[in-house]
Design a protein around this ligand. Structure first.
Ligand SMILES: [Zn+2]
Length: 51
């Protein structure tokens, strides 16, 4: 894998910039999608900013 170094904030490696992810949970035969805000980037989609 190659990484580009930029001066600005980098895309969160945990969520890939999606700011979070949906978790499928099966309940009573129905699939419920719950949104979980990405923890490392706190839902910003980027990390490493402000350094
Ligand atoms: Zn993230």
């Amino acid at each position: 894998m190659s990484q580009q170094q930029t001066a600005g904030p980098r895309t969160c490696t945990s969520c890939g910039g999606a700011k979070g992810r949906t978790v499928d949970t099966s309940h009573d035969g129905k699939t419920v999608q719950t949104w979980h805000t990405c923890t490392p980037c706190h839902g910003t989609g980027t990390q490493g900013g402000g350094v």
